[in-house]
Design a protein around this ligand. Structure first.
Ligand code: AMP
Length: 328
């Protein structure tokens, strides 16, 4: 699939001596895995090229994946090829120096909010951007090299973005691509331990969420992790945001979300929306966000707007339930 654009991307990679790889802000396992996996594949395959991955933001739960590169002078960008992975819009590219690159390629699996770059390879149906990187490797496996370090990065993104191969986007291709990585060598037990073991105190926070969670008339489950709750459990914003999965298994609830007080002067509240069956990205887009059909993010300002988003979600779910069967 999309062989022509993949060939063009490989040609561009061959053309340049220096390649800068970019990902989105608020990094997750997929954008980190895809960029680190791609970097490693390119380093192994083209040892003479300079390849950089430079961002300032990090996530504590992904520290085991290792650091990125130290910042370099702006001049180094100007004759480089930029490859932006897993990022739907320019505003979400983490390292703003992407603008300095001579040419820019976008590789993404989000619903496209806008077109940017000189070359785009976008496949919305992919479970993870990492799957596209594995596919790229596999398409040109006679020319490209992979090792267990790259495979582990890519497998991390596959596992995290697909909810351990549970979400809707998982296809036969996802598993075939995962199989390629396992054949190369991934210590899955170590990886799962690193990703999913939780601190004793964090489980107490989760217990509190179960106590305090709310549900709208038509089954939108939600929790507002306000400043007081963050202080009570001594949570970083990252830890406060990580609890969205806690609400994912309530029968009758096909949409759930977490609101996280960003504690900034503007009173912004991060929203993480999730759903099964019903597509909720239109709601995220209405409230300054976007993402995937069943996993997206938004920002609201103040509790009135939070209530308004909840009402919209509740109406959407109501309509879905009235017009569909088999949503349980
Ligand atoms: P999150 O809940 O932040 O993990 O977001 C879920 C998915 O939606 C991820 O793939 C994000 O990259 C994407 N996403 C989150 N916020 C936005 C936004 N404001 N615009 C576009 N995509 C977003």
């Amino acid at each position: 699939m999309n062989l022509e654009v993949k060939k063009q991307i490989l040609e561009k990679i061959k053309e340049y001596d220096r390649i800068m790889i970019f990902r989105h802000i608020r990094n997750d396992g997929d954008c980190v895995g895809a960029t680190k996996g791609l970097k490693r594949i390119l380093q192994l395959s083209f040892p003479e090229k300079e390849i950089y991955l430079i961002d300032q933001d990090t996530a504590q739960y992904l520290e085991f994946m290792g650091p990125e590169d130290a910042p370099v002078a702006d001049e180094l960008y100007t004759d480089a090829l930029g490859i932006v992975v897993d990022t739907a819009s320019e505003a979400r590219i983490s390292n703003k120096n992407y603008k300095l690159c001579k040419e820019l390629i976008k590789i993404d699996h989000h619903i496209p909010l806008e077109t940017y770059g000189d070359l785009q390879w976008v496949e919305e149906d992919r479970a993870a951007a990492c799957e596209m990187i594995v596919d790229f490797y596999n398409t040109f496996r006679d020319e490209l090299k992979i090792d267990s370090e790259a495979a582990t990065h890519l497998y991390t993104g596959l596992v995290t973005d697909s909810g351990r191969f549970k979400y809707d986007g998982v296809s036969g291709d996802t598993l075939r691509n995962a199989a390629i990585l396992l054949d190369v060598g991934v210590d899955t037990q170590l990886l799962y331990a690193r990703l999913y073991l939780e601190a004793f105190e964090y489980l107490k926070f989760k217990a509190y969420i179960y106590e305090k969670m709310q549900i709208t008339e038509n089954g939108v489950a939600y929790i507002y992790v306000d400043k007081a709750m963050q202080e009570k459990f001594n949570l970083t914003l990252e830890q406060a945001s990580a609890c969205v999965g806690t609400l994912d298994s309530i029968r009758g609830s096909i949409c759930w979300m977490v609101f996280i007080d960003n504690n900034d002067a503007e009173g912004s509240i991060r929203v993480r929306l999730r759903s099964r069956f019903v597509h909720v990205n239109s709601i995220a887009e209405k409230y300054r966000g976007g993402g995937h059909a069943c996993a997206c993010g938004a920002t609201v300002y103040g509790e009135d707007e939070m209530r308004s988003l909840l009402q919209d979600a509740d109406a959407l779910v109501k309509e879905y339930k009235e017009t569909h069967e088999d949503w349980l």
